[in-house]
Write a protein of this length. Structure first.
Length: 390
Protein backbone atom coordinates (compact mmCIF):
# COMPACT_ATOMS: atom_id res chain seq x y z
CA UNK A 1 0.00 0.00 0.00
CA UNK A 2 1.41 3.37 -0.99
CA UNK A 3 0.03 6.70 0.09
CA UNK A 4 0.54 8.28 -3.35
CA UNK A 5 -1.63 5.64 -5.03
CA UNK A 6 -4.36 5.75 -2.40
CA UNK A 7 -5.21 9.41 -1.94
CA UNK A 8 -8.86 8.52 -1.35
CA UNK A 9 -8.25 5.77 1.16
CA UNK A 10 -10.75 5.16 3.93
CA UNK A 11 -8.75 5.79 7.09
CA UNK A 12 -9.72 5.14 10.71
CA UNK A 13 -7.88 6.92 13.53
CA UNK A 14 -8.08 5.63 17.11
CA UNK A 15 -6.89 8.16 19.69
CA UNK A 16 -5.88 6.68 23.03
CA UNK A 17 -5.27 8.40 26.33
CA UNK A 18 -5.07 12.05 27.41
CA UNK A 19 -1.35 12.48 26.71
CA UNK A 20 -1.56 12.48 22.91
CA UNK A 21 -4.38 15.05 23.14
CA UNK A 22 -2.93 17.29 25.85
CA UNK A 23 0.34 17.67 23.93
CA UNK A 24 -1.53 18.84 20.83
CA UNK A 25 -0.18 16.01 18.67
CA UNK A 26 -3.51 14.25 18.19
CA UNK A 27 -4.90 17.20 16.25
CA UNK A 28 -1.66 17.74 14.30
CA UNK A 29 -1.53 14.10 13.22
CA UNK A 30 -5.23 13.98 12.33
CA UNK A 31 -4.84 17.09 10.16
CA UNK A 32 -1.83 15.54 8.39
CA UNK A 33 -3.45 12.16 7.79
CA UNK A 34 -6.52 13.95 6.43
CA UNK A 35 -4.44 14.73 3.32
CA UNK A 36 -4.37 11.05 2.40
CA UNK A 37 -8.05 10.25 2.19
CA UNK A 38 -11.38 10.14 3.98
CA UNK A 39 -10.78 9.94 7.71
CA UNK A 40 -12.84 9.12 10.76
CA UNK A 41 -11.47 9.59 14.29
CA UNK A 42 -12.70 7.92 17.46
CA UNK A 43 -11.52 7.72 21.04
CA UNK A 44 -10.32 4.40 22.39
CA UNK A 45 -10.37 4.16 26.19
CA UNK A 46 -12.02 6.29 28.88
CA UNK A 47 -9.60 8.82 30.38
CA UNK A 48 -9.06 10.55 27.06
CA UNK A 49 -12.63 11.79 27.08
CA UNK A 50 -11.85 14.54 29.57
CA UNK A 51 -8.88 15.64 27.47
CA UNK A 52 -11.04 15.76 24.33
CA UNK A 53 -13.58 17.92 26.15
CA UNK A 54 -10.92 20.28 27.53
CA UNK A 55 -9.37 20.64 24.05
CA UNK A 56 -12.78 21.27 22.40
CA UNK A 57 -12.21 18.36 20.03
CA UNK A 58 -15.48 16.45 20.50
CA UNK A 59 -16.51 17.38 16.93
CA UNK A 60 -13.21 15.98 15.61
CA UNK A 61 -12.76 12.89 17.79
CA UNK A 62 -15.89 10.82 18.39
CA UNK A 63 -16.38 10.23 22.14
CA UNK A 64 -20.01 9.10 22.05
CA UNK A 65 -19.26 5.43 22.71
CA UNK A 66 -17.26 3.85 25.49
CA UNK A 67 -14.93 1.51 23.62
CA UNK A 68 -11.59 -0.07 24.36
CA UNK A 69 -8.88 0.70 21.77
CA UNK A 70 -9.12 -2.84 20.37
CA UNK A 71 -12.90 -2.50 20.10
CA UNK A 72 -12.55 0.80 18.23
CA UNK A 73 -10.07 -0.81 15.82
CA UNK A 74 -12.34 -3.81 15.30
CA UNK A 75 -15.26 -1.46 14.56
CA UNK A 76 -13.15 0.33 11.92
CA UNK A 77 -12.14 -3.01 10.39
CA UNK A 78 -15.79 -3.96 10.10
CA UNK A 79 -16.47 -0.61 8.40
CA UNK A 80 -13.95 -1.55 5.71
CA UNK A 81 -11.20 0.94 6.51
CA UNK A 82 -8.12 0.54 4.31
CA UNK A 83 -5.76 1.45 7.11
CA UNK A 84 -6.18 2.21 10.81
CA UNK A 85 -4.00 4.44 12.97
CA UNK A 86 -3.45 4.12 16.71
CA UNK A 87 -2.26 7.38 18.30
CA UNK A 88 -0.72 7.00 21.74
CA UNK A 89 1.62 8.81 24.12
CA UNK A 90 2.95 6.26 26.61
CA UNK A 91 5.27 7.00 29.52
CA UNK A 92 8.11 5.51 27.50
CA UNK A 93 8.63 3.82 24.17
CA UNK A 94 8.69 0.49 26.02
CA UNK A 95 5.25 0.96 27.61
CA UNK A 96 3.85 2.44 24.40
CA UNK A 97 5.06 -0.41 22.22
CA UNK A 98 3.80 -2.98 24.73
CA UNK A 99 0.40 -1.32 24.63
CA UNK A 100 0.35 -1.35 20.82
CA UNK A 101 1.40 -5.00 20.73
CA UNK A 102 -1.47 -6.03 23.00
CA UNK A 103 -4.03 -3.91 21.14
CA UNK A 104 -2.89 -5.28 17.79
CA UNK A 105 -3.15 -8.85 19.07
CA UNK A 106 -6.64 -8.31 20.50
CA UNK A 107 -7.72 -6.70 17.20
CA UNK A 108 -6.62 -9.76 15.19
CA UNK A 109 -3.70 -8.09 13.42
CA UNK A 110 -5.49 -5.43 11.31
CA UNK A 111 -3.93 -2.97 8.84
CA UNK A 112 -2.57 -0.98 11.76
CA UNK A 113 -0.02 1.82 12.05
CA UNK A 114 0.86 3.06 15.53
CA UNK A 115 2.22 6.56 16.12
CA UNK A 116 3.86 6.57 19.54
CA UNK A 117 5.26 9.49 21.61
CA UNK A 118 5.55 12.03 18.75
CA UNK A 119 7.86 14.89 19.62
CA UNK A 120 10.00 12.77 21.95
CA UNK A 121 13.48 11.53 21.12
CA UNK A 122 12.23 7.94 21.35
CA UNK A 123 9.07 8.64 19.34
CA UNK A 124 8.22 6.10 16.65
CA UNK A 125 5.89 4.93 13.91
CA UNK A 126 5.22 1.19 14.11
CA UNK A 127 3.89 -0.70 11.10
CA UNK A 128 2.02 -3.72 12.45
CA UNK A 129 1.43 -5.17 8.96
CA UNK A 130 3.97 -5.39 6.09
CA UNK A 131 1.33 -4.08 3.67
CA UNK A 132 1.43 -0.64 5.34
CA UNK A 133 5.21 -0.40 5.75
CA UNK A 134 5.66 2.13 2.95
CA UNK A 135 2.89 4.39 4.22
CA UNK A 136 4.24 4.18 7.78
CA UNK A 137 7.76 5.03 6.59
CA UNK A 138 6.50 8.08 4.74
CA UNK A 139 4.72 9.38 7.84
CA UNK A 140 7.74 8.61 10.03
CA UNK A 141 9.72 10.90 7.77
CA UNK A 142 7.11 13.63 7.87
CA UNK A 143 6.92 13.56 11.68
CA UNK A 144 10.66 13.00 12.15
CA UNK A 145 10.07 9.75 14.04
CA UNK A 146 11.81 6.39 14.03
CA UNK A 147 10.23 3.74 11.79
CA UNK A 148 9.82 0.26 13.27
CA UNK A 149 8.38 -2.95 11.88
CA UNK A 150 5.82 -4.72 14.03
CA UNK A 151 7.81 -7.95 13.86
CA UNK A 152 10.79 -6.21 15.51
CA UNK A 153 8.65 -4.85 18.34
CA UNK A 154 6.87 -8.18 18.81
CA UNK A 155 10.11 -10.12 19.20
CA UNK A 156 11.34 -7.72 21.87
CA UNK A 157 8.09 -7.59 23.84
CA UNK A 158 7.32 -11.31 23.83
CA UNK A 159 10.70 -11.96 25.36
CA UNK A 160 9.96 -9.59 28.23
CA UNK A 161 6.29 -9.48 29.16
CA UNK A 162 4.61 -12.73 28.19
CA UNK A 163 2.43 -14.31 30.89
CA UNK A 164 3.55 -17.65 32.21
CA UNK A 165 1.73 -20.23 34.28
CA UNK A 166 3.13 -22.63 36.85
CA UNK A 167 0.85 -24.98 38.74
CA UNK A 168 -2.24 -22.82 38.28
CA UNK A 169 -0.45 -19.62 39.28
CA UNK A 170 -0.24 -16.89 36.61
CA UNK A 171 2.73 -14.50 36.47
CA UNK A 172 2.61 -11.33 34.37
CA UNK A 173 5.63 -9.09 34.10
CA UNK A 174 4.97 -5.37 33.60
CA UNK A 175 7.36 -3.27 31.52
CA UNK A 176 8.31 0.38 31.87
CA UNK A 177 7.43 0.91 35.54
CA UNK A 178 9.24 3.42 37.73
CA UNK A 179 9.39 3.30 41.55
CA UNK A 180 6.55 4.98 43.47
CA UNK A 181 3.95 4.57 40.73
CA UNK A 182 0.37 3.38 41.13
CA UNK A 183 -0.40 0.04 39.50
CA UNK A 184 -3.89 -0.13 37.98
CA UNK A 185 -5.60 -3.37 36.99
CA UNK A 186 -8.85 -2.84 35.09
CA UNK A 187 -9.03 0.71 36.48
CA UNK A 188 -8.46 -0.19 40.15
CA UNK A 189 -5.29 0.70 42.08
CA UNK A 190 -3.95 -2.61 43.42
CA UNK A 191 -0.45 -1.57 44.44
CA UNK A 192 2.43 0.89 44.38
CA UNK A 193 5.77 0.04 42.83
CA UNK A 194 8.95 0.04 44.89
CA UNK A 195 11.20 -0.95 41.98
CA UNK A 196 11.18 -1.08 38.19
CA UNK A 197 11.03 -4.90 38.11
CA UNK A 198 7.33 -5.68 38.54
CA UNK A 199 5.50 -9.01 38.24
CA UNK A 200 1.84 -9.49 39.12
CA UNK A 201 0.93 -12.89 40.52
CA UNK A 202 -2.61 -14.33 40.48
CA UNK A 203 -3.93 -17.57 41.93
CA UNK A 204 -7.36 -18.83 40.88
CA UNK A 205 -8.09 -15.45 39.28
CA UNK A 206 -7.21 -13.38 42.36
CA UNK A 207 -4.09 -11.24 42.70
CA UNK A 208 -2.07 -12.52 45.66
CA UNK A 209 1.24 -10.74 45.17
CA UNK A 210 2.95 -8.03 43.15
CA UNK A 211 6.69 -8.64 43.12
CA UNK A 212 8.54 -5.34 43.30
CA UNK A 213 5.52 -3.49 44.68
CA UNK A 214 3.48 -2.97 47.81
CA UNK A 215 0.13 -4.72 47.43
CA UNK A 216 -3.03 -2.75 48.19
CA UNK A 217 -5.43 -5.39 49.53
CA UNK A 218 -8.40 -3.02 49.57
CA UNK A 219 -7.97 -2.54 45.81
CA UNK A 220 -7.55 -6.28 45.23
CA UNK A 221 -10.81 -6.93 47.10
CA UNK A 222 -12.64 -4.35 45.00
CA UNK A 223 -11.18 -5.81 41.82
CA UNK A 224 -12.27 -9.37 42.58
CA UNK A 225 -11.52 -12.20 40.16
CA UNK A 226 -9.78 -11.37 36.89
CA UNK A 227 -8.20 -12.95 33.83
CA UNK A 228 -4.62 -11.74 34.32
CA UNK A 229 -3.73 -12.65 30.73
CA UNK A 230 -6.21 -10.13 29.32
CA UNK A 231 -6.47 -7.60 32.15
CA UNK A 232 -5.83 -3.94 31.31
CA UNK A 233 -2.80 -2.81 33.30
CA UNK A 234 -1.54 0.76 33.62
CA UNK A 235 0.99 2.44 35.88
CA UNK A 236 1.61 6.01 36.97
CA UNK A 237 -0.95 8.81 36.70
CA UNK A 238 -4.15 8.49 34.71
CA UNK A 239 -3.56 12.05 33.52
CA UNK A 240 -0.37 13.92 34.31
CA UNK A 241 -0.87 17.12 32.31
CA UNK A 242 -1.70 20.33 34.14
CA UNK A 243 -4.64 21.74 32.21
CA UNK A 244 -7.39 24.31 32.48
CA UNK A 245 -10.64 22.33 32.70
CA UNK A 246 -13.48 23.25 30.39
CA UNK A 247 -16.94 23.45 31.94
CA UNK A 248 -19.95 22.67 29.71
CA UNK A 249 -23.55 21.54 30.03
CA UNK A 250 -24.01 17.79 30.07
CA UNK A 251 -26.67 18.13 27.39
CA UNK A 252 -24.08 19.70 25.06
CA UNK A 253 -22.17 16.42 24.93
CA UNK A 254 -23.76 13.59 23.03
CA UNK A 255 -22.60 10.58 25.01
CA UNK A 256 -24.28 8.04 27.30
CA UNK A 257 -27.50 9.45 28.74
CA UNK A 258 -28.56 8.37 32.22
CA UNK A 259 -32.08 7.07 32.67
CA UNK A 260 -33.19 7.18 36.35
CA UNK A 261 -34.13 3.70 37.52
CA UNK A 262 -36.16 4.82 40.54
CA UNK A 263 -38.28 7.87 41.32
CA UNK A 264 -39.23 9.28 44.70
CA UNK A 265 -39.67 12.96 43.91
CA UNK A 266 -42.53 14.74 42.20
CA UNK A 267 -42.25 14.90 38.45
CA UNK A 268 -40.85 18.25 37.34
CA UNK A 269 -39.66 19.15 40.84
CA UNK A 270 -37.06 16.50 41.62
CA UNK A 271 -33.30 16.01 41.48
CA UNK A 272 -31.44 12.96 40.21
CA UNK A 273 -28.83 11.55 42.58
CA UNK A 274 -26.50 8.71 41.60
CA UNK A 275 -24.35 6.32 43.64
CA UNK A 276 -20.80 5.42 42.57
CA UNK A 277 -18.31 3.18 44.38
CA UNK A 278 -16.03 2.11 41.55
CA UNK A 279 -13.74 4.55 39.73
CA UNK A 280 -13.47 2.25 36.70
CA UNK A 281 -17.17 2.62 35.92
CA UNK A 282 -18.41 4.99 33.23
CA UNK A 283 -18.56 8.26 35.16
CA UNK A 284 -19.52 10.22 32.05
CA UNK A 285 -23.01 8.74 32.00
CA UNK A 286 -23.63 10.66 35.24
CA UNK A 287 -23.07 14.03 33.54
CA UNK A 288 -26.78 14.98 33.69
CA UNK A 289 -27.31 14.16 37.36
CA UNK A 290 -27.65 16.76 40.11
CA UNK A 291 -25.43 15.03 42.68
CA UNK A 292 -23.26 11.91 42.80
CA UNK A 293 -22.54 10.06 46.05
CA UNK A 294 -19.03 8.62 45.68
CA UNK A 295 -17.36 6.06 47.94
CA UNK A 296 -13.59 5.74 48.24
CA UNK A 297 -10.74 8.22 47.93
CA UNK A 298 -9.71 7.40 44.36
CA UNK A 299 -13.29 7.08 43.14
CA UNK A 300 -14.14 10.45 44.68
CA UNK A 301 -11.07 12.15 43.20
CA UNK A 302 -11.59 10.85 39.67
CA UNK A 303 -15.38 11.33 39.67
CA UNK A 304 -15.16 14.87 41.09
CA UNK A 305 -12.55 15.85 38.51
CA UNK A 306 -14.59 14.55 35.57
CA UNK A 307 -17.96 15.80 36.84
CA UNK A 308 -16.49 19.27 37.45
CA UNK A 309 -16.66 19.67 33.65
CA UNK A 310 -20.47 19.38 33.88
CA UNK A 311 -21.02 21.35 37.11
CA UNK A 312 -22.11 18.20 38.94
CA UNK A 313 -21.11 18.19 42.63
CA UNK A 314 -20.16 15.06 44.55
CA UNK A 315 -20.83 13.89 48.08
CA UNK A 316 -17.63 11.99 48.68
CA UNK A 317 -17.19 9.39 51.42
CA UNK A 318 -13.46 8.80 51.96
CA UNK A 319 -11.04 7.50 54.58
CA UNK A 320 -7.80 9.26 53.65
CA UNK A 321 -6.36 6.26 51.77
CA UNK A 322 -5.68 8.33 48.65
CA UNK A 323 -3.53 7.20 45.75
CA UNK A 324 -2.60 10.14 43.53
CA UNK A 325 -4.20 9.15 40.23
CA UNK A 326 -4.31 12.56 38.50
CA UNK A 327 -1.90 15.50 38.73
CA UNK A 328 -4.57 18.01 39.73
CA UNK A 329 -8.14 17.31 40.75
CA UNK A 330 -11.16 19.61 40.63
CA UNK A 331 -14.58 19.47 42.23
CA UNK A 332 -17.75 21.39 41.43
CA UNK A 333 -19.27 24.03 43.71
CA UNK A 334 -21.59 22.38 46.22
CA UNK A 335 -19.41 19.31 46.69
CA UNK A 336 -18.99 17.84 50.17
CA UNK A 337 -16.19 15.48 51.17
CA UNK A 338 -16.49 13.35 54.30
CA UNK A 339 -13.27 11.84 55.68
CA UNK A 340 -13.71 8.86 58.01
CA UNK A 341 -11.34 6.57 59.85
CA UNK A 342 -9.48 4.03 57.74
CA UNK A 343 -11.72 1.30 56.34
CA UNK A 344 -15.00 2.99 57.23
CA UNK A 345 -15.76 4.51 53.82
CA UNK A 346 -16.98 1.21 52.36
CA UNK A 347 -18.97 0.32 55.50
CA UNK A 348 -20.83 3.64 55.56
CA UNK A 349 -21.16 3.71 51.79
CA UNK A 350 -22.81 0.29 51.79
CA UNK A 351 -25.26 1.36 54.49
CA UNK A 352 -26.24 4.48 52.51
CA UNK A 353 -26.60 2.42 49.35
CA UNK A 354 -28.96 -0.05 51.03
CA UNK A 355 -30.96 2.51 53.02
CA UNK A 356 -31.34 5.33 50.50
CA UNK A 357 -30.69 3.81 47.08
CA UNK A 358 -32.31 0.43 47.83
CA UNK A 359 -29.65 -1.33 45.78
CA UNK A 360 -30.10 0.68 42.55
CA UNK A 361 -27.88 3.23 40.83
CA UNK A 362 -30.05 6.37 40.82
CA UNK A 363 -32.91 7.91 42.77
CA UNK A 364 -34.88 11.13 42.62
CA UNK A 365 -35.15 13.44 45.63
CA UNK A 366 -36.99 16.67 46.42
CA UNK A 367 -34.21 18.67 48.06
CA UNK A 368 -30.45 18.17 47.68
CA UNK A 369 -29.41 20.05 50.84
CA UNK A 370 -31.83 18.09 53.02
CA UNK A 371 -30.59 14.87 51.42
CA UNK A 372 -26.98 15.76 52.23
CA UNK A 373 -27.92 16.62 55.82
CA UNK A 374 -29.62 13.23 56.20
CA UNK A 375 -26.50 11.48 54.89
CA UNK A 376 -24.31 13.37 57.36
CA UNK A 377 -26.62 12.36 60.22
CA UNK A 378 -26.28 8.69 59.25
CA UNK A 379 -22.51 9.01 58.97
CA UNK A 380 -22.21 10.67 62.39
CA UNK A 381 -24.49 8.05 63.93
CA UNK A 382 -22.61 4.99 62.70
CA UNK A 383 -18.98 6.13 62.32
CA UNK A 384 -16.60 6.77 65.18
CA UNK A 385 -15.34 10.06 63.74
CA UNK A 386 -15.76 12.14 60.63
CA UNK A 387 -14.31 15.29 59.13
CA UNK A 388 -16.51 17.36 56.83
CA UNK A 389 -14.83 19.31 54.00
CA UNK A 390 -16.92 21.63 51.84
Amino acid sequence: MTSTEDRQMKIGIVVHGPGIIDTGYALKIIETIDEYGEIKSILGGTMGRTAVIDAKLEDTIDIKRKLLPSQSITAFTQEGMDVIFLLNYGKSSETGHTFGYKVNKKSNNPMLIQIERPGEVDGSVVSWRPEVNEFAQELAGRFNLKFLKGSEVTAEIEGQTKCREDGGIVYRKIAGVSPEENIFVNGIVVGKSISSDITIVAENGVITQIKGAKLKMHGVEKLGMIDLHNAIIKTGLLRKSVVKPRVIQGSDLNIHELKPTHQTGEIGNSHVVAYLDHAAEDIYKLKDTDLVVTVGDDTTLVAADILFRFNVPVFGITDGDLDKVVENGFKAHGSTIIELESGWDDIIGDKIYREYFKGIETIEIDNIENFKKNLIQIIKKFSRSCKIIE
